[in-house]
Every structure is written in structure tokens, then in C-alpha cells.
Write a protein that binds this ligand. Structure first.
Ligand SMILES: NC(=O)c1ccc[n+]([C@@H]2O[C@H](COP(=O)([O-])OP(=O)(O)OC[C@H]3O[C@@H](n4cnc5c(N)ncnc54)[C@H](O)[C@@H]3O)[C@@H](O)[C@H]2O)c1
Length: 266
């Protein structure tokens, strides 16, 4: 690619992706609502609120691919989620439609299915069960991607990220952990494959106790290689959780117990 856009570039996954995926394009356009320092030589930084339509259109212009990580990433008030994740996704897809339809990776979430019990193994075609306004906003984003594919042929990898962190840090993450290496190998593959379509991809490593079935993705040429079992000993040293705790019962963990927040500022 000549130019790859990474939104959410100041965030946890964004910072990691900038370091590890800079080889994907000659130039990386990075964007966030907050400053993204330090900026590498092949990066071009643009501060942009995803809710601002005109700025998003300028942001997407001349990009050959988009790694869309930007947005509210936890449960917050509806107003904050609506601006970044509802209007923001609308703005991004409309901008892409008018700029040659660059391939998009949409960072969706396990919170689209958070109210499934941890005892249920899920395939990507099962109905969503979001666990809050954040999860609902990701269901909306998935629907936008699917509609733009059906109507305009826009290609998107919808990646339902489990827990993309350096290592698992709690018992639930033994099932949901998505290693940085597996994440990056997936993104490389998404931009390399000749035809992508609009698949839903479970963003998790090959964890022995995983809940999600990616067997519909044989054609993609990607399979996760890491396994949270590597960290079993240190996770087993953590205190046991009560059998009826949300993070023991539900796939969405503690998000299922989050209140509906009213203030516009939090
Ligand atoms: N990290 C995970 O395990 C995980 C799990 C599921 C889904 N995801 C999704 O992956 C993406 C990246 O996750 P992360 O952990 O890096 O999140 P993060 O919160 O660290 O990063 C998100 C970034 O988006 C930016 N942002 C928020 N509102 C914005 C707006 N209105 N306009 C422009 N930028 C805005 C934030 O400033 C932040 O830097 C998010 O979309 C998140 O929902 C992540």
C-alpha cells in the first residue's frame, strides 16, 4: 500500500500496531482525538474527532487501507459512544465510499456477544447479545460494514477482538486473549488476500479454553499461533472469583454488570 490510515493511533492497540505494522505501507497516516507523540519518520499525524464529518473525509482521502481502531473502547455515556462509535463509523464509511473504497479493518468487540454464557461455544453467524451501549455500538458498526459490502462492495474485516494485550492478566483472558503477534499476522493477511469480502473474525489466539470458532475462515490463510496456556501458572496464582461473578458467568465479563451512565462527560 502507498498509504495506510490507522485511527485510534494513541490507544493501546494503535501504538502497538504502529510499531509492528509500519511495513504495510510506504506512509502511515495516524489519527486520534488526542496527540500521538512521538511520531515516526514514515508517519503523518492528523488530530481528528471521528464525529466531525468534514475532517474524517479529509482523513480518509488518498488512503489505500484503513485500520479503524479509534473510538470509545469501554462502557461510557450514550452521548460519548454515539459521537465516536455511531456517527464516527458512519463518517468513516461514507468517506471510504467517496475515496475509492479502501479495504477496512473494523475493530469490533467481544462485547457484541457479551451476554452469552461462558459455557457456550460461538460461531460467527450466531445472533449478537451485546452487554451495554459500547457493545451495541459495535453491533451497529458491524451492520454498517455489512450494508456497505452488500450495497457497494466495500470490503471489511470485522474483527471481534477478545482481549488484545501483551499477556493475559485475569482468568477470563485465558479464553479471550489475543496476542499482539496473532493480531499483527491477521492484519497482514487481511491486506494481502486478493478478495476479502466482509467476514466476521474472532480476534483471539489459539487459547485451549477458547469460546469462539473461526473454522469458517479456512480460505483466509490465517490461524492464530499463540496460546494463553503459556501464562497458566501466573494466572492460577490469582485469587479465585466467586462462581456467580459476572466475569465467571458471561463472555463479556464485568462489562455485563456496568451501569448505564447518564452524564455526557463520562
Ligand atoms: N484492546 C482490546 O482488548 C479490545 C477489545 C475489544 C475491542 N477493542 C477495540 O479495538 C480498538 C482499539 O482498542 P484499544 O484498546 O487500543 O482502545 P483505546 O481506548 O486504548 O484506544 C482508542 C483510541 O480512540 C481514540 N478516540 C476515542 N474517541 C475518539 C473520537 N471521537 N475521535 C477520534 N478518536 C477517538 C482514543 O483517544 C484512543 O486513543 C477500539 O475500537 C476498541 O473498541 C479492543
Amino acid at each position: 500500500m502507498k498509504r495506510l490510515l490507522i485511527t485510534g493511533a494513541a490507544g493501546g492497540v494503535g501504538k502497538m500496531a504502529r510499531k509492528r505494522l509500519s511495513h504495510l505501507a510506504q506512509s502511515i497516516r495516524i489519527s486520534d482525538i488526542v496527540p500521538m507523540d512521538p511520531i515516526a519518520d514514515n508517519e503523518e499525524a492528523i488530530i481528528c474527532d471521528l464525529a466531525d464529518e468534514a475532517t474524517v473525509h479529509a482523513l480518509v482521502k488518498d488512503c489505500d487501507g484503513i485500520l479503524h481502531l479509534g473510538g470509545v473502547s469501554v462502557e461510557k455515556s450514550y452521548d460519548l459512544i454515539e459521537a465516536a462509535n455511531i456517527r464516527g463509523v458512519h463518517n468513516l464509511y461514507e468517506a471510504a465510499r467517496m475515496s475509492g473504497q479502501p479495504r477496512i479493518v473494523f475493530a469490533s468487540s467481544n462485547h457484541t456477544i457479551g451476554f452469552y454464557p461462558q459455557t457456550t461455544r460461538l460461531t460467527a453467524d450466531m445472533p449478537t447479545r451485546p452487554d451495554g451501549w459500547y457493545g451495541i455500538s459495535k453491533v451497529y458498526g458491524e451492520a454498517v460494514a455489512q450494508m456497505y459490502h452488500a450495497k457497494f462492495g466495500q470490503e471489511t474485516a470485522i474483527v471481534r477482538i477478545g482481549s488484545c494485550f501483551e499477556r493475559p492478566v485475569d482468568r477470563r483472558m485465558m479464553a479471550t486473549w489475543f496476542s499482539y503477534d496473532d493480531f499483527c499476522r491477521l492484519i497482514e493477511r487481511v491486506f494481502a488476500v486478493p478478495a476479502l469480502g466482509c467476514p466476521i473474525i474472532w480476534g483471539a489466539s489459539a487459547n485451549s479454553g477458547g469460546w469462539w470458532d473461526n473454522s469458517h475462515l479456512d480460505w483466509l490463510g490465517w490461524a492464530p499461533e499463540d496460546n494463553s496456556e503459556t501464562y497458566r501458572d501466573e494466572i492460577e496464582r490469582l485469587p479465585q472469583r466467586p462462581a456467580d461473578a459476572p466475569d465467571v458467568l458471561w463472555q463479556g465479563g464485568m462489562f455485563t454488570a456496568d451501569p448505564v451512565v447518564k452524564s455526557k462527560d463520562c
